[in-house]
Design a protein around this ligand. Structure first.
Ligand code: AMP
Ligand code: TRP
Length: 342
């Protein structure tokens, strides 16, 4: 399985994002920015996955606020909610209903291989929620309840996509049907894996306790400048070839970010910055990040000033999503042999 671009005439795109904590540069470069590009050519569904969020503890008030904030972030970044379905997972019951079916299709052995569960559960696996364990089955349901064919995600979600394909394939085989397509990941560009600003070997993540590890979409120019200034580096000037980044994870990460923000390949960014000291390069990176994130940040603030409007947008999105998901769930129930409800 490799990342691919969907055929121009067919295909339906679905992707999801968790409403937990702040949206960061990894979410923007690895996910949202690609969604904005894809919406021009495809029918797209964008889901704020609150059911996934509660696989680990969420403070209720924070969850409500984050759900609206993610919606605002997506709209501010350029997602058009009129042309696509932008909605909240818990507003479309068919996700949970299909997830139960998939709990009965997926094998324990498959789930045991999931590296995200191992990472998130940590050492004390006994204390992890059952929801965290079956998280990938719900994700498969998010995708397949729309018969989505392409799923734009960051590199970290590739294994979950493979599981969704295995579930679709097993369901089709078990029941002798061609009900589900095998969804393809769409993984591309230099922003597919943005690393922590403090430690270039760790993914930039909402759950990192250090605020200095990430640039948030809500950060203003001062915050961005401060975080880039503090970003971990090494003592050498920047190399003149990608090969020269070998063993220099922090330099590689900052150049990757710069390449993604300026729409260049890593090779082009390295050539442009060859021989620079980190101090000069960091000033350039700050200027670039502020230019990209500044307008998004301002629009997010404006949208967050009118929560009722955000809720209306999400309701319209859920109406569109429900209209597609309900008949697919009915088709699944019929295939399984459930007695039709009167
Ligand atoms: P999450 O924040 O885990 O809900 O992720 C939402 C989307 O952002 C998914 O498509 C992820 O693959 C993507 N994503 C999250 N963190 C990163 C990162 N550090 N680099 C690139 N993409 C990321
Ligand atoms: N698991 C994804 C993440 O953590 C979020 C997600 C949930 C998702 N459902 C999805 C992504 C469906 C793509 C499609 O990033």
């Amino acid at each position: 399985m490799s990342g691919s671009t969907p055929p121009a005439t067919t295909g339906r795109i679905l992707s999801g994002i968790q409403p937990t904590g702040n949206l960061h540069l990894g979410n923007y470069l690895g996910a949202i920015r690609n969604w904005v590009a894809l919406q021009k050519d495809f029918e797209c569904l964008f889901c704020i996955v609150d059911l996934h969020a509660i696989t680990v503890w969420q403070d209720p008030a924070d969850l409500t606020r984050s759900t609206r904030e993610v919606a605002a972030g997506m709209i501010a970044a350029g997602i058009d909610p009129a042309a696509n379905a932008l909605f909240v997972q818990s507003h479309v019951p068919a996700h949970s209903q299909l997830a139960w079916v998939f709990n009965c299709v997926a094998r324990l052995g498959w789930l045991n291989r999931m590296t995200q569960f191992k990472d998130k559960a940590g050492k004390n696996r006994e204390a992890a929620s059952a929801g965290l364990y079956v998280y990938p089955n719900l994700m498969a349901a998010d995708i397949l309840v729309y018969k989505a064919t392409h799923v734009p995600v960051g590199e970290d979600q590739k294994q979950h996509l493979e599981l969704a394909r295995d579930i679709a394939q097993k369901f089709n085989n078990d029941y002798g049907v061609e009900l589900f397509p095998l969804p393809e990941p769409v993984i591309r560009g230099p922003g597919t894996r943005v690393m922590s600003l403090r430690d270039g070997s760790k993914k930039m993540s909402k759950s990192d306790p250090s605020e200095f590890s990430r640039l948030n979409m809500t950060d203003d120019a001062d915050a961005i400048a401060g975080k880039v200034r503090k970003a971990t580096t090494d003592p050498n000037p920047l190399p003149d070839s990608v090969a020269g980044l070998e063993g220099r994870v922090e330099a590689a990460n900052l150049l990757n970010i710069y390449a993604a923000l300026t729409d260049q390949t890593l090779e082009q960014a390295v050539a442009e910055q060859a021989g620079q000291q980190f101090s000069q390069f960091k000033a350039k990176l700050t200027e670039t990040a502020v230019a990209v994130l500044g307008p998004i940040n301002a629009e997010m603030k404006r949208l967050m000033g009118d929560p009722a409007e955000i809720d209306q947008v999400l309701k319209r999105g859920a109406d569109k999503a429900n209209a597609i998901a309900r008949p697919v769930l009915q088709e699944v129930y019929k295939t399984i042999g459930f007695l039709p409800s009167a």
